[in-house]
Design a binder for this molecule. Structure first.
Ligand code: ADP
Ligand code: ADP
Length: 225
């Protein structure tokens, strides 16, 4: 496949909007990998790498990890062979410096294809985050009420233990929302100005959001024939 055929997507939305959930479903539907900077930091934290230890203090406060570190991590991830046909970015970029860096990193492959904004009110995002549970081994995301696993506390996919992220406590979530509005929300205008922004109502059921995203991306689902 040539570089010109790559598809790079950027999922935007407040913490808890459903970006990770949708990115994982898009990964299956489109056959291109999800790149979640949050997941990559958590993986490094779990394995106690230098990068993980550096990221920890920022994540604990709900602040952004420095751009230089984050951008280098994404650059390395993008160089892996599974990104040969593109990637779905979830939680990156989170400010204008990162967005400009991503334009540079994807330029040879045709740049960003679309930037879907998953829209959700803060109150609902809070509700989602407080009930969020994540698989310790594969990172799959559940919600105790809205998207429960078949058996409580256990991942449907690999039987891993489900846990609540340290930064999903209400005090940290409030700062993450603040950081979102201050640093990340300008990206909505950034991608709109480039004609790449599409929007979906994230308050709908997971399957509906997914179907609408696929439609906006021009991908036919079996239901649509
Ligand atoms: P959520 O989508 O719920 O906000 P993430 O898993 O995307 O959570 O991010 C968790 C934390 O990881 C952030 O609060 C931040 O500290 C760090 N992080 C993730 N992505 C980035 C990024 N692109 N730049 C800087 N820090 C990031
Ligand atoms: P983000 O990556 O934007 O922070 P997640 O994908 O982790 O968001 O979703 C946050 C929480 O909300 C998770 O517990 C997830 O299971 C749940 N969730 C995601 N999408 C929906 C939806 N459409 N309706 C109800 N709950 C949802």
């Amino acid at each position: 496949m040539t570089q010109a055929q790559r598809m790079y997507l950027v999922l935007l939305g407040v913490p808890g909007a459903g970006k990770g959930t949708q990115a994982r479903l898009l990964e299956e539907a489109l056959g291109i990998p999800q790149i979640s900077t949050g997941d990559l930091f958590r993986y490094n934290l779990k394995n106690q790498t230098e990068l993980g230890l550096l990221a920890k203090s920022y994540m604990d406060r709900g602040d952004l990890v420095p751009d230089e570190v984050t951008i280098r991590m994404v650059e390395e991830r993008l160089a892996r062979p599974d990104c040969a046909r593109g990637a779905i970015f979830d939680g990156f970029p989170r400010n204008l410096t990162q967005a400009v860096a991503l334009d540079r990193l994807t330029a040879a492959g045709g740049g960003i294809h679309k930037a879907p904004l998953v829209h959700l009110e803060d109150e609902e995002a809070m509700r989602r985050i407080t009930g969020r549970r994540v698989c310790r081994t594969c990172g799959a995301v559940y919600h105790v009420e809205f998207n429960p696993p078949k058996s409580p506390g256990v991942c449907d996919l690999d039987g891993g233990e489900l846990y609540q992220r340290d930064d999903d406590k209400p005090e940290t979530v409030r700062n993450r929302l603040y950081v979102y509005y201050k640093q990340t929300s300008p990206l909505v205008g950034y991608y709109f100005a480039k004609g790449l922004l599409v929007q979906v109502d994230g308050a709908q059921p997971i399957e509906t959001v997914q179907a609408q995203l696929l439609e906006l991306l021009g991908v036919k689902t079996p239901l649509q024939g």
